[in-house]
Write a protein that binds this ligand. Structure first.
Ligand SMILES: *Cc1c(COP(=O)(O)O)cnc(C)c1O
Length: 356
């Protein structure tokens, strides 16, 4: 078990998996962990999952941590996928499920990546923009992190972390700047398949840095390689805010690398990411799947947070509201149709955004 090697996502060059890497030295692009899936797939079948612990570690065969004692777990993953018939009727599609990531330990899907990437009992330095919602700041402090607030955006926080890494020997865990957080996030793809027993027609995901969407895409490729599924894929939809939509713009222009978005603003904090390290990986997945990238306004997100709450009973983050808000646009453009089964990702809890 464990990865056989790491691979540059741009040029395919291999690197040792038992050495600590950040991005690929060849292209300065994300590295992906690769496994011997032909061998693993002989015994790791969907039916062996029955009865395993209800966390992302149920997929340990395709995760990079070899020793069980190093599998940190506060209960990350295996979140409910909620059948939402009333929301489906309102949206005008055959079936809708809400994959409720707000039920992760931190109230956000981000917990998945950190279950893979952080080692226990180590100091954590966290840098966030100073206007980050107070519940997130308080929670970070309460969990013992050394928190630094900066005047700027997530990309400025990233620069500060890179400086700290060079100066103090910290390991930079920023999105897609190291190979393992995406491994935790890919488990969302395994879960959707395991929980539904098949893949839906459309998956709608709010994207910032892109790890959630590209992680699931990686999972589907692994599942095909192991013979769990055939070549079919859900249409992958990236949703962004009209106030910060670098991927949507790149998608519309037909390019793979997104220019940074000037002056980004949105109330959906997870989407206030002016430039995504995984831009080309997102755009390739969207294109290969017949999906799309769409932008919705912050007002539409808020409206759909309300509607999802009333129809499903889930208090969604604005990012979760954004996924529902995108569906009418997908129907209009023909990317989704009335006969489709759609999975909406509520990536975080609305409680994180309450302004005291
Ligand atoms: C970070 C975040 C996102 C964006 O996720 P990426 O994987 O970086 O694209 C979406 N929603 C919430 C609530 C987030 O915190």
């Amino acid at each position: 078990m464990g990865a056989t090697h790491l691979e540059c996502t741009l040029c395919g060059k291999s690197y040792e998996s038992e050495k600590l890497w950040r991005q690929s030295p060849c292209c300065e692009k994300p590295l992906y962990a690769r496994y011997d899936l032909d061998t693993i797939g002989k015994t790791f079948r969907p039916n062996v999952l029955v009865g395993r612990e209800p966390t992302l570690w149920r997929y340990a065969e395709v995760l990079p941590v070899r020793e069980a004692e190093n599998r940190l777990c506060l209960g990350e993953g295996y979140t409910p996928i909620l059948d939402a018939p009333r929301l489906a009727t309102q949206l005008g599609v055959r079936r809708v499920w809400v994959k409720d990531e707000s039920q992760n330990p931190t109230g956000s899907f981000k917990a998945r990546g950190l279950s893979l990437a952080a080692a226990g009992d180590m100091p954590a330095h966290v840098v966030v923009p100073k206007d980050t919602p107070k519940p997130i700041i308080d929670e970070t402090r309460a969990l013992g992190a050394d928190l630094e607030l900066i005047d700027g955006l997530i990309t400025d926080a990233g620069k500060r972390v890179a400086e700290g890494a060079a100066k103090h020997g910290w390991f930079d865990l920023s999105t897609l700047k190291e190979p393992y957080r995406v491994e935790g996030k890919k488990t969302m793809g395994y879960e959707v398949f395991e929980q539904l027993g098949h893949l839906p027609d459309v998956i709608v995901y709010p994207t910032g840095g892109g790890t959630g969407l590209v992680g699931m895409w990686k999972a589907f490729d692994e599942m095909e390689r192991m013979g769990w599924i055939g070549p079919e894929r859900p249409r992958m939809v990236s949703v962004q805010s009209t106030g910060c939509a670098p991927i949507v713009r790149a998608w519309e222009q037909g390019v793979e690398f997104a220019e940074p978005w000037a002056d980004p603003h949105t109330s959906a904090w997870g989407l206030r990411v002016p430039g995504a390290v995984g831009d080309f990986l997102m755009i390739r997945a969207i294109r290969a799947s017949g999906g799309a990238a769409v932008a919705v306004t912050d007002e539409a997100m808020a409206e759909w947070v309300q509607k999802v709450g009333a129809a499903v009973g889930v208090f969604a983050a604005p990012e979760g509201g954004a996924t529902a808000a995108a569906v009418p646009k997908l129907l209009e453009s023909g990317v989704a149709g009335p006969d489709d089964e759609v999975v909406l990702f509520n990536t975080g809890s609305g409680l994180k955004y309450i302004v005291p």
